[in-house]
Design a protein around this ligand. Structure first.
Ligand SMILES: *Cc1c(COP(=O)(O)O)cnc(C)c1O
Length: 377
């Protein structure tokens, strides 16, 4: 699904010396690379504060702690996403409220959010799923109206721009009250281990969060709030700082691959290709963390088996809706409210997507899929 080896081979000359520098200085924790990466990422995103931490799941949890959410507060998020989002809501004893997604964008459905708001609702967590920004103008408007926090889960969309109704653009993660991201190796900006970060434009919240990531300390050995230990180590920061200047090129390579996939599947009666590609090279509103097809009247599982037999990796993100996961089932949920997610889990398939995909690989993948569908009518 991803080719991190070929990507590393191309940037080895830049990455290796920056890792070596950390080793030479033995500045493993809070070394200069952490601060440099933080500043460079703030500039890149156009956000006032980046607070690095240990991983994307911690980033979400810390964001919620920073906002002062309390047990019993309801937090609305998408049913069709990776479990990390709902996991931290539950861990903090907040009440997860899962809602359905849009059938075209796969992102959280604003009307479903509207329906789910109660007097206990405190926050909305839109996930920019697969690299496509959620409907942020509508979400921010709704949040303002009901006095709710918006926490963007930007783990899959770093580098994407959201185009507002007035035509201006903002990078995802710089729109809500606070945002989280992950630098897991396969993410669009990945390190060589675990890593994550929290973003915010709010000075007070940034200050609160900087204490929380460091055992609740604002002054050494003075623990003002209950915190956690969540750090981005210096080696990972050095890797990320070396890779950040390549992020736009990487995302462009993903969009180019997506465009070629889309071309091959164009107007096919059984294949709905992803939306949000744009028409110009500069269109950066979908950064294709995943390239996901929605199949119509195709035996998806048979196709998956066929691709595997041809040595073509593929994935099903996500095979089970969160509201039906053992850990998150709840009598509050009504199956009728999850029509879209319940259908998507049976019809989506994600194809190999990374920065090193070659034309030959794309045509092999697409022709194998098209032949399979043609021969299984
Ligand atoms: C990857 C991911 C996370 C978690 O990130 P980790 O760094 O693996 O903890 C959270 N949310 C979404 C949507 C993700 O894709």
């Amino acid at each position: 699904m991803v080719d991190l080896q070929s990507q590393y081979a191309k940037i080895k000359d830049i990455v290796d010396p920056s890792i070596q520098e950390v080793m030479d200085n033995a500045s493993f924790i809070n070394g200069p690379s952490v601060h440099e990466f933080q500043k460079n990422l703030e500039n890149y995103l156009g956000v006032k504060h980046v607070i690095p931490c240990a991983n994307g799941t911690d980033a979400l949890q810390i964001a919620m702690m920073g906002l002062g959410l309390k047990p019993g507060d309801e937090v609305i998020t998408a049913d069709f996403t990776f479990a990390a989002t709902v996991e931290v809501i539950a861990l903090l004893q907040l009440t997860p409220v899962l809602v359905d997604v849009d059938p075209v964008t796969f992102n959280i459905d604003v009307n479903a959010i509207k329906k789910a708001i109660t007097p206990k609702t405190k926050a909305i967590v839109p996930v920019h799923l697969f690299g496509l920004p959620a409907d942020m103008d509508a979400i921010m408007e709704l949040a303002k109206e009901h006095n709710l926090f918006v926490i963007e889960d930007n783990a899959q969309a770093i580098g994407a721009s959201y185009t507002h109704k007035d035509g201006t653009k903002t990078k995802t993660g710089a729109i809500g009250d606070v945002a989280s991201t992950s630098f897991f190796p396969s993410k669009n900006l990945g390190c060589y281990g675990d890593g994550g970060a929290i973003f915010t434009n709010d000075d007070d919240l940034a200050h609160t969060i900087r204490g929380i990531v460091n055992h609740g300390m604002y002054k050494r050995y003075h623990h003002d709030v209950v915190g956690v230990n969540s750090r981005l180590d210096s080696i990972q920061a050095a890797v990320l700082d070396a890779k950040l200047p390549h992020l736009d090129t990487y995302n462009k390579a993903r969009r180019t691959a997506a465009k070629k996939y889309n071309e091959a599947f164009k107007n096919h009666p059984n294949i709905v290709t992803p939306t949000g590609l744009g028409v110009n090279d500069a269109d950066d509103f979908h950064v294709f963390h995943q390239y996901t097809l929605n199949l119509k009247a195709v035996d998806r599982d048979a196709l998956v088996a066929h691709l595997q037999s041809k040595n073509i990796p593929c994935g099903v993100y996500y095979p089970i809706p969160l509201h039906r996961q053992k850990a998150y089932m709840d009598d509050r949920y009504d199956e009728a409210d999850f029509e879209v997610t319940n259908a998507l889990i049976q019809s989506v398939i994600s194809l190999p997507m990374h920065t090193e995909l070659e034309d030959e690989q794309i045509s092999y993948i697409t022709s194998t899929i098209l032949n399979f569908i043609a021969s299984h009518k």
